[in-house]
Design a protein around this ligand. Sequence first.
Ligand code: NAD
Length: 540
Amino acid sequence: MPGLNSLSLERAEQLSSQWKGTNFLGGTAKNFIDGEFRESTTDKWIEILDPSTQTLLSRVPETTNEEFESAVEAASKAFQSWRKTSVLKRQRFALELQALIRQNMDNIANAIVLEQGKTFGDAQGDVLRGLQVVETACAIPTLLMGEKIEVSKDMDTETRKVPLGVCASIAPFNFPAMIPLWTIPMAIVTGNTLILKPSERDPGAALMIAELCQRAGLPNGVLNIVHGTVPTVNAICNHPKIKAISFVGGNRAGQHIYNLGTQNGKRVQANMGAKNHAVIMPDANKDQALNALLGAACGAAGQRCMAISVAVLVGTAQQFLPDLIERASKLKVSQGFEKGTDFGPVTTPAAKTRIEGLIASAKKEGGNILLDGRGIQVPEYPNGNFVGATIIEATTSMTCYKEEIFGPVLIVINTNTLDEAIALVNDNPYGNGSAIFTQSGPIARKFETEIEAGQIGINVPIPVPLPFFSWTGNKASGSQIIFCIIMTKVLQASFLGDINFYGKGGISFYTQTKTTTSLWRSDDANVAGEGVSLNMPTMK
Ligand code: NAD
């Protein structure tokens, strides 16, 4: 394979020889059904190309209807026994899995760099953030505890959280390990079985995690992986045996899946797109704020749903701009295994074209491109999907502000006051996250209280809570869901549904509560019963 650089080739060969489900040397990704990695019989294949060289890494099947049905059958069958396993057995699985993921973190990270393009350090972070969900799931005996009180003499009511059945998870390309791990451990330790559809652009990490689940002792059929695009997603939304869907990805797909899934009576949680703002106050620690801003805007080439894509410079903080541009211009763009790389290519040529188009739109609409990453040359990788760091002074009416760019592009907007900045952030329809940089407690407190976004950072650029909390991106929940269903155009919002991912929310999403009310008369320990009573029970 002359196309891959030696760093990539060495890792591609090693992974391809050691893992059953995937291949990085031009082979195929397998379905994982009933405990077996099975070659698909499809005639529709999607090519995965190395984002730095366009070398063919692998081909992903559009899983056939028959294969999808057999995955659902395997999951339904496995549910009958898995739901009855003791909570300690399910905890043991989580404990084993966390140890195996830790041991194999670098292998999974290598697969992510190859397929997705992010740097190796960033890919390790992708695995680590998923691993933390597995670690949280290890506390399942405590997390599942119900409630019990005596409601009347000798009569108890108790609650228990029981699994839903076969669940499904549909993942995006930008965190190929973390997002499958948002759902795999939570669905499984709560006693469900799962069908996972990873992104068709980078399923390698998910297939390796499936192999680790098997090594951790997970019975056949509890986790199944299918592949593909819209047909597979629609099959998930329409299948009567699938009870719940977790979706993470863009707004078009999220809105469609939410609408179709809920119409079919399924529980759906959909984490979608974002436009996250950072407000920079004049009293901010300049060094810390600028570095944090650039890391959050350009890290992972801006392909993070919690990337900072808008900087709101308040008052004299506008004087930080020349320094911000200078620092951004020094960021090193190259292949993800290359030492010193700050960020790698975007994942596909189509993404590069789209990002460059949005930068061009800023110019047409009167924006000021202060640093232009289009056409960046990375001499060793002339065919890579590289976009350099870009900074654009814009207004809220411009397309580059309104659209999620998902590239290393920072929009800069100036306001005179904090109140104006807060109003601007709150006017934006997305609600994933927002950060402020300030040395003032009162300013931070005001921001925290008044900002609507669901995940707030105070001197923290990417305020994603650790998984013992839940992901709390918001907007478009509650009554806005009805609004979404009647909308014909794509909704701009970050979340549809009522119950969050992982943490306590994750336990609620994957369980339903049952109550049992029981009467064991203590008097009956000595005497015979009182006979039949036809009266409505009353409190005695
Ligand atoms: P995407 O919506 O293109 O794909 C996500 C999943 O949906 C994939 O598995 C894909 O096969 C499927 N899909 C795509 N189009 C579909 C359609 N029309 N109908 C049915 N299914 C479809 O998203 P992506 O490009 O893979 O990921 C990037 C997006 O994900 C960004 O918008 C980003 O903000 C978002 N994201 C959000 C979060 C969050 O927690 N809010 C986290 C990560 C990524």
